[in-house]
Design a protein around this ligand. Sequence first.
Ligand code: FAD
Ligand code: FES
Ligand code: FES
Length: 572
Amino acid sequence: MRDFVLIYLNGVRREIRGREALMMLADWLRKEAGLTGTKIVCAEGDCGSCTVLRAFPDLAANAHVDVGVQDGVKVGANVGVIVGANDGANVGAIVGADHATRSAPLEFEAMNSCIVTVAQMDGSHIVTVEGMQCGDELSPAQVAMKQCHASQCGYCTPGFVMAISAMLEKHGDTNGARANVASDSGRRENTASHGGAISAQQIDAKMAANYLTGNLCRCTGYAPIVEAALTVRATEKHSVAGRYSNPAAIADALNTATKSLLIEHDGIKLFAPVSLREAVTFAAQNPGFKVLAAATDMGVQTNKGKPLPRALLSLHLVSELYQAKHSRSGILVGARVTLAQLRRLCETSAPELASFLNLFGSPQIKNVATLVGNIANASPIGDTLPFLLIADAVVHVASRPGGKGPIHKRNIAFTDLYVGYKKLALTPDEIITHVSFNATDSKELLRLYKVSQRKDMDISAISGAFSFTLAGGAKHSNFSNDLQSIAARKTKSPPRVVSARIAFGGVAATPIRMPEIEAALVGEFTMEKAQAVAHMIASAITPLSDVRGSAAYRRVTAAKLFMRYASEVLHA
Ligand SMILES: Cc1cc2nc3c(=O)[nH]c(=O)nc-3n(C[C@H](O)[C@H](O)[C@H](O)COP(=O)(O)OP(=O)(O)OC[C@H]3O[C@@H](n4cnc5c(N)ncnc54)[C@H](O)[C@@H]3O)c2cc1C
Ligand code: FES
Ligand code: FES
């Protein structure tokens, strides 16, 4: 058992104990590590001023993973591996956990440091803005921000530098140039050919804007900042992965991660076990414990003054929970899988979900926040929940009653999971280990809609998931709304709905599926029928009023979301 958190901070090994391990990372960086380049503005994950780059070595490469095992999950080095923690291309692949895997370069991603405890960073390599320059030479993102005059008061600037650097890590080219760089002003430059470890992909205004979604600037204005992101040049020398993927440090972090972690301070206990057995034993022995996933929810509450729970369980060392894979029965996602990893996993198997996730939080949030956290948060407006309801999701839970004997596992149908406002059908000692759901059938006409006060970075006021299967098997590719298809459809007989699935978030105390409405939809589908069903939906729901919308607004909007879907179906 360890009593210290291990991190590599700008390449330097740090062991952090007790009080400091329970601090928010941004506070710790500024107050204890003296790295004040990282700024704190909102302390709620909304502004990106506290952005740092983080890489977490591939823990799953250390373990044998078997979700079907009922008791005693084997954990040990150099056995079969299911990679779930890295690039989407690898998710689900089975590879050998040899030395080469351990020495693979780290993948650095942006995250907010203000809403996460230091303890949750255990095993991570963290690079702050102070770690970006090489000697006296500024990093490419710093140079670009300077050249584009993209900073005034400078408070947001380190966050933007880190967000742009995260983009370069994924899409930059390491030969010092990018091919065919486009600026938002339309200017194009043909630059030298590219190559190197990081794939060279065209960085355009859309990509730059996506990477900067999580960063706010109050005084400069975004045009010069976006220009900086578009004109930045990556160099081999400044590659963060290249500079900080020290094989000895990676091996050290991986070896340390084979030992469970216990931090105790001031009556608070944070336990991070390496096995599911230890996790469920802790759950049984610590009534009122709270699981810490990325803490994007709890971190905000803590910063607002809510004390940390007395018993915290972090699952970040339980390698089997990083599992993310396709199987014959659908898609299986472990409790440690982030929304960014989920998005990559689902790009072809559930494409509507993948593109819907573009509207979920910012990259800094999605790179750490988990799907299971979104589920267990049990908010009626959790964005993924309507989709999971219609994708026949199943939640896999585990416990060890009394802390003795075998691990008890059971499955809960998603439709039975929410039993009241923010209440789950879990016993107090159960934790969620995985969730599984159906891949999207190519014959389904699936749409996911979200209505929020602003498009990006906002939680929904209301959201809807709709899926019809039509007689004759309408294909996804036919689900288009262009004028030609609309004109062609007008001459056809109305479509016949073979099966319908509908779910909403934000219209009741829990997310809901609507089986009666689904049954009523089977048969010929016309605009008149759609209007009648929209009325049925408005009268069947019992929305709450809150800051995001009144009950009346939500009732009208639910009906309108259905009409939007109906119109897409009728015009498909
Ligand atoms: C800036 C910002 C933007 C956001 N944007 C969105 C958005 O667009 N859409 C949206 O839906 N949400 C959004 N959220 C809310 C939040 O990020 C999501 O709900 C996220 O998925 C939570 O995941 P997490 O890993 O951080 O969970 P945590 O915050 O760590 O956990 C959430 C809850 O789930 C419990 N829990 C976690 N894992 C388990 C487990 N394995 N077993 C049992 N219980 C568990 C925890 O104890 C806690 O009660 C946003 C939050 C922030 C701060
Ligand atoms: S300080 Fe605003 S996101 Fe962290
Ligand atoms: S430069 Fe002042 S907030 Fe961005």
